[in-house]
Design a binder for this molecule. Structure first.
Ligand SMILES: Cc1ncc(COP(=O)(O)O)c(C=O)c1O
Length: 393
């Protein structure tokens, strides 16, 4: 696998590469927005899918014992978490559909739900679109890091609060929450009898020097941990998700949702892909993590040298760089316009992650280094156009 190889993805009905005109108003830009990788999906996954296609019938499937075992082994070997088989439930369309089920089945329609901000948009949309009250709880910015603030969290809770949706590792800030921060969430949840839905779909992409702690290992009975191979192995086109649910009542309620929605059968390719990924793609993932970590460093160094007005928030996980444009003094609309029409690069604007994201843009760095450098050059030409950057101070 050559991670430096630039793969032409245009013309494959790729959301990232073939939908830019609809989203940004022009086709000729380099996309650094949606969270998939421009690296090839691991060969063992592609081979397993090809293998399965040797049989000509693609009917309904069941989940084999091997399938459960692959998840159990992965969680034990990668994250030190021993999970009994009965805790596992699968949600073939992916994590967001699973979290939707948790909200609708486990909270009453008048409930309020906490999400830390800025937040991956679909998480807050799920709360709002299901008619629940969203409690936006900003992460506190301390020395360039975004951290969980216990006092602030507690002050925002209401008598009707039923759930905290945690995102760890955190999209978009790249934080891997510490044992102390997760302990705060666990304690508050215990005291106030809240369910914690821990969206851990980025947990396999923790960068060297950091360690992911699955929320479920803290011992709280009423947590639900959501993991998925989609980010890990770049298989978002054949989605799958696993929910780890220790509490039997919660599990039963969630399974009732899967039943109602006819989600008990996997997509064959999602299942085959996940099994191959968890079984055979650990070393592929290690290489990708090292490359992504080097890309994060590359962006930080490049900006320090060429565009010191932009600051990159230090990433602890994910291939998402959270870039701070506040010192440019430009509005988001103005920056967006320049990025698209002068720099020809597509980045997610910070307010897609809520008001707490004002002044930031999110850049996906899971691509060959040369491509990343061209993107950074695009940002530079966007900001330098007509002397956009004002002197600071
Ligand atoms: C935090 C987070 N949760 C969930 C998802 C979506 O996951 P899935 O494709 O499994 O629905 C994403 C995708 O970017 C994400 O960043």
């Amino acid at each position: 696998m050559d991670l430096d190889r630039i793969i032409e993805r245009r013309g494959t009905d790729s959301y990232k590469w073939d939908d830019n005109e609809r989203l940004f108003g022009r086709r000729d830009l380099m996309p650094f927005w949606v969270a998939d990788m421009d690296f090839e999906t691991p060969a063992p996954i592609l081979d397993a899918i090809r293998d399965r296609c040797r049989h000509p019938v693609l009917g309904y499937g069941i989940r084999s014992e091997a399938y459960f075992q692959a998840v159990i082994d992965w969680l034990r070997d990668r994250h030190g978490w021993n999970v009994p088989t009965e805790w596992l439930t699968f949600c073939p369309p992916g994590s967001i559909v699973g979290i939707n089920g948790l909200i609708t089945k486990l909270t009453e329609s008048t409930a309020s739900i906490v999400v830390h901000m800025p937040a991956y948009g679909p998480l807050t949309a799920l709360v709002r679109d299901n008619g629940r009250h969203l409690i936006e709880c900003p992460l506190a910015e301390r020395n360039g890091r975004f951290v969980i603030d216990e006092v602030d969290l507690v002050s925002r809770l209401k008598p009707d609060t039923r759930m905290i949706i945690l995102c760890n590792p955190h999209n978009p800030t790249g934080r891997v929450f510490t044992a102390q921060e997760l302990g705060v969430i666990a304690r508050v949840a215990e005291e106030r009898d809240l369910l914690v839905v821990s969206d851990e779909v980025h947990c396999d992409l923790v960068l060297p020097g950091h360690r992911h702690i699955p929320f479920g290992t803290l011992g709280g009975g009423r947590s639900i941990t959501v993991i998925s191979p989609n980010k890990t192995f770049n298989t978002a086109g054949i989605p799958q998700a696993t929910l780890v649910i220790p509490d039997p009542t919660v599990r039963q309620q969630f399974r009732a949702y899967l039943n109602t929605m006819q989600l008990n059968h996997d997509s064959t390719f999602g299942a085959v892909g996940m099994l191959a990924g968890y079984r055979y793609c650990s070393s592929w993932l290690n290489r990708v993590i090292d490359y992504v970590a080097a890309n994060h460093r590359f962006v930080a160094d490049w900006l320090a040298k060429n565009l010191p007005e932009l600051k990159k928030v230090s990433a602890e996980a994910t291939y998402l760089a959270w870039l701070d444009f506040r010192a440019t003094g430009l509005s988001e609309v103005e920056i967006m316009h320049r990025l698209v029409h002068k720099g020809r690069v597509g980045l997610y604007p910070g307010t897609d992650f809520g008001a707490a994201g004002v002044g930031f843009f999110r850049m996906n760095v899971a691509c060959p280094r040369a491509q990343l450098e061209r993107g950074l050059e695009g940002i530079r030409s966007a900001l330098m156009a007509e002397r956009a950057i004002r002197p600071i101070g």
